[in-house]
Design a protein around this ligand. Structure first.
Ligand code: GGG
Length: 363
């Protein structure tokens, strides 16, 4: 039987990488394939899996192939698991794979939604916290993760070593992530952008960030704004979550805040993310916020909701918003029915959550 004329086949690169990354990428693929096979041939996924990660490093001395970026370049999207394993130094695994892809493909906007999930009782929920619905927008190409610095610069010996880690802030880099955050705020019920820095102590890059934020804000008079120091914002996340909508921050600050946000929503295992190249010159990458969790890897205990939520973000990106919405509803119906993994107080296995989501897709 031939496929319908308008059938769209999306070429997706899957990189499960390490630990629970393998389990949650398999989970997300199973859900996406179920959606595709129920689409009556309207769309399909053509998966290519890459074996990169710490196991690959141990065999070859490389986290990914030297020509790996070339191999990825023409995919419609990348679906990523998690990177890191105790046998490889974390900075080697992170820079050798995840950051290499993010930076070379100019995935400068890392979008990390944080919200309550039905059925999940968050650790600090207060009676008056009726809402927790944010998007953390992380500058993903420069800042503290620009990769500039060095060690032992003055030739000092052991015990006297000196290390320098330089953060890079460019006016263009700040401006594009802020415009992205403001445009996103305009699509949300609460039109507000909170900018986060430590500009009282870091007087160069983060003061530039503040100045660009004030300038860009003038182009969005319909959007409420605030500038908050990162220490105060950490407290605000806990004490006044209902007062936030879009939070824009540098690479390091947003990395930390989005983990805090996911923990406040119940677990890191729930959190989805998209590393976007908004110009679409390069493929974007979709991955759960969590890492490889060596302590539970391979036991069927990983929470796949973050990875499945990332698959929904990928569907949005591929131009399938109705399918993305259908998937988000199925995720909510699954957690709402109490099909929960151990990290959020349940006893379901990864596979049981996947089966629960597929069952609730309404196919
Ligand atoms: N799936 C996300 C992941 O593997 N994270 C590992 C990690 O250490 N990430 C640091 C970062 O987000 O920059």
């Amino acid at each position: 039987m031939s496929a319908p004329a308008e059938r769209r086949t999306f070429r997706i690169a899957a990189i499960p990488a390490d630990g629970v990354g393998v389990e949650v990428v398999a989970a997300g693929r199973a859900v996406l394939d179920a959606l595709a096979s129920a689409s009556g041939g309207a769309f399909a996924f053509d998966w290519t899996e890459f074996p990169w990660g710490c196991g690959y490093y141990e065999k070859t001395g490389r986290m990914m192939d030297d020509d790996g970026l070339e191999a990825l370049r023409d995919f419609d999207a990348i679906y990523f698991g998690a990177v890191g394993w105790p046998t490889v130094p974390d900075h080697v695994s992170l820079w050798g794979l995840r950051l290499r892809i993010c930076q070379n493909f100019d995935q400068w906007a890392n979008v990390r939604p944080v919200h309550f999930h039905p059925g999940v009782v968050p650790p600090l929920r207060k009676a008056d916290h009726t809402e927790l619905d944010w998007v953390v927008v992380r500058e993903n190409s420069e800042g503290e993760y620009a990769g500039f610095g060095g060690r032992n610069l003055a030739g000092r010996g052991p015990g006297n070593e000196v290390a320098l880690q330089t953060a890079l802030f460019t006016e263009k880099g700040c401006e594009r992530i802020m415009r992205f955050a403001f445009d996103l705020a305009r699509t949300r019920t609460r039109r507000k952008v909170s900018s986060v820095t430590k500009s009282n102590a870091q007087q160069y890059g983060m003061v530039l960030w503040d100045e660009v934020f004030a300038r860009v804000a003038r182009d969005y008079p319909d959007v409420e704004t605030e500038s908050v120091l990162v220490d105060a914002m950490s407290a605000k996340f806990v004490l006044r979550p209902e007062d936030l909508s879009v939070v824009v921050a540098s690479n390091l600050n947003a990395d930390i805040l989005s983990d805090l946000g996911s923990a406040l929503a119940g677990s890191l295992g729930l959190a989805a993310s998209a590393n976007l190249n908004p110009e679409r010159r390069f493929p974007s990458m979709f991955e759960p916020v969590h890492g490889s969790a060596p302590d539970i890897a391979g036991q069927g205990l990983a929470n796949p909701i973050g990875a499945i939520g990332s698959a929904a973000l990928m569907l949005d990106h591929l131009g399938l918003p109705e399918e993305a919405e259908r998937l988000r509803k199925a995720i909510d119906a699954t957690t709402g029915a109490g099909v929960l993994t151990r990290d959020v107080g349940g006893s379901a296995t990864t596979d049981q959550v996947v089966a629960g989501v597929i069952e609730r897709l309404g196919l």
